[in-house]
Design a protein around this ligand. Structure first.
Ligand SMILES: [Fe+2]
Ligand SMILES: [Fe+2]
Length: 258
């Protein structure tokens, strides 16, 4: 099995990067499944029905979310029908949304799980370790792919060392900056953070001038996405069809030309 996982898609520039690079990557890697984090899709916050459908039409099989899942109210108009959307298990649990979705690979259940970390993250309702244990108990799968949407590198390493023998792939999202620590850890594919698809000249995808204005003046601003050529970030992971365990992980980062 081959999986392409795309990091947080931030606004229009991030979606443009997807349109620009995904056809080439599909041809080069021929992934069985494409998963993308869509929490920043709609102008940096949340996702709309139009964008969700655009992703599906581009061949994305599953969309994971994060702390910005419900930042755009449009989601509430279609979330009950959005059967390709995975929402964090330990945040916003008073709202609709499913923390696990299944894909089928040759009769095997491939579970896609989503949860948030608790370090430097607001509104977390349950620590990620017990939350993940609960998911594994009630939503079993043959192959487990986890989007651990968290800020701290150390927390992501803890998560790997705790779950490496129970799941096959753990990818971090949320920081928007790709880390160079991708590895196969005893059969579990891992990277602390996949990175983003969004304006490269930016502050983690946000317009730099606006962020600076906010921090230097204290004025309330909207944190608009950067309108600059985008970086594309993803990982490509392969699994052994006999053991189901991960065999390889390749980091993909395509920077814009200036
Ligand atoms: Fe994000
Ligand atoms: Fe996030």
């Amino acid at each position: 099995m081959k999986v392409l996982f795309i990091g947080d898609i931030v606004g229009k520039r991030g979606r443009e990067a997807l349109i620009a690079h995904l056809p080439m990557l599909k041809e080069k890697y021929a992934p069985d499944f494409i998963i993308a984090n869509g929490e920043n899709s709609a102008h940096g916050k949340g996702i709309t029905k139009k964008i969700y459908n655009q992703y599906l039409s581009m061949g994305i099989d599953m969309i994971t979310m994060g702390n910005h899942t419900f930042s755009n109210d449009n989601l509430m108009t279609f979330i009950d029908q959005a059967d390709r959307l995975v929402c964090p298990a330990n945040r916003d649990t008073d709202k609709p949304g499913t923390p696990v979705r299944y894909l089928d690979y040759k009769g095997k259940k491939v579970g896609v799980y989503n949860l948030v970390g608790e370090i430097f993250m607001d509104s977390v309702e349950e620590s990620p370790l017990p939350a993940m244990e609960r998911l594994l108990k009630y939503y079993p799968a043959d192959i487990h792919i986890v989007d651990f949407h968290a800020e701290a590198t150390g927390e992501k390493a803890i998560f790997l060392h705790y779950f490496y023998d129970k799941v096959e792939m753990i990818v971090g999202t949320h920081t928007h900056i790709q880390t160079a620590d991708e590895c196969i850890f005893k059969g579990c594919a891992f990277i602390s953070d996949v990175g983003m698809c969004g304006g490269y000249d930016s502050i983690i995808g946000r317009d730099a001038d606006e962020v600076l204005e906010r921090v230097t003046t204290g004025r309330h601003t909207h944190f608009v996405p950067a309108d600059t050529p985008a970086v594309f970030s993803a990982v490509f992971v392969t699994f052994n069809d006999e053991t189901n365990r991960a065999e390889s992980i390749e980091r993909i980062q395509i920077r814009p030309e200036y």
